[in-house]
Design a protein around this ligand. Structure first.
Ligand code: ACO
Length: 223
């Protein structure tokens, strides 16, 4: 497996892969200076000609940077699910997704591509999660919540049932979202109020669907 990114999120993904018995062949990072991932060597910037037969996971927590890099990567993408996560069997996934320790994804939810369902997050029934979304640690999406592309749900947030959150939004840590949130909004608090717009609000980089569903899923086998 190849990892692209060598920050804190990458450390967690390397730990997941170790639990799975999956060997990390190379780690790419555009700015590797001062970054350490245990005893693993950081090769340097992404190189499409290295380990062409290996699959890759983008270990980048920032949704917009992850999206930018996804468009430039030619390796196939893999999903990685920690063994302590609970994912209902009927949940369809795209590629490049990471579901971390003790996260739960309930029945009839749909997960796009390159999403992060972080440690202890709960995505309840019938949620629709678009590409490049990050559901941060300990956050709760109640039933039938929709989250648009590139949106960050901050740590420990709660989104009540049936709410639609647009694309390119940031929901502040510890928020309670009770109403729909439009594209590009930054909202926080209980109840969540819009405080400003992200400068990505109107941006809509097309995500090439050139990356077909031909990767493998990695399921870790335990702590
Ligand atoms: C494993 C991981 O780490 S996953 C990472 C998950 N990341 C997150 O959950 C972070 C989500 N981001 C946040 O919550 C951010 O604080 C944001 C987006 C809400 C606001 O960010 P900024 O616009 O930079 O706000 P800034 O830090 O300048 O704070 C502005 C004010 O809002 C307050 N504030 C900041 N965040 C919050 C919040 N989540 N809830 C309530 N108030 C907040 C600050 O205390 C400050 O108040 P003051 O003016 O009285 O001093």
């Amino acid at each position: 497996m190849l990892i692209y990114g060598a920050g804190g999120h990458a450390k967690v993904i390397v730990s997941l892969l170790r639990d799975s018995g999956v060997e990390v062949a190379a780690i790419f990072d555009d700015d590797p200076v001062g970054k350490v991932l245990g005893n693993l060597f950081i090769s340097g910037p992404y190189d499409r000609n290295v380990y062409e037969d290996q699959q890759l996971i983008l270990a980048i927590g920032d949704n917009f940077i992850r999206k930018k890099h996804a468009l430039q990567v030619s390796h196939r993408f893999a999903n990685a699910f920690h063994s302590s996560s609970l994912i209902e069997r009927n949940v369809p996934f795209g590629l490049g997704n990471v579901v971390l320790h003790r996260a739960v994804i309930q029945t009839d939810s749909i997960i796009g591509n390159h999403c992060i369902v972080n440690t202890g997050a709960l995505v309840d029934h019938e949620c629709k999660i678009s590409d490049f979304v990050h559901i941060s640690p300990g956050s709760v999406l109640c039933g039938n919540v929709t989250v648009g592309e590139c949106t960050l749900i901050g740590a420990g947030s709660v989104v009540v049932p049936n709410v639609v959150i647009g694309k390119n939004c940031i929901i502040g840590a510890g928020s309670v979202v009770t109403k729909d949130i439009p594209d590009g909004a930054i909202a926080r608090g209980n109840p969540a109020r819009i405080i400003k717009q992200t400068h990505y609000g109107k941006e809509n980089l097309a995500f090439a669907s050139a990356h077909g569903r031909d990767g493998d899923d990695v399921h870790s086998t335990g702590f």
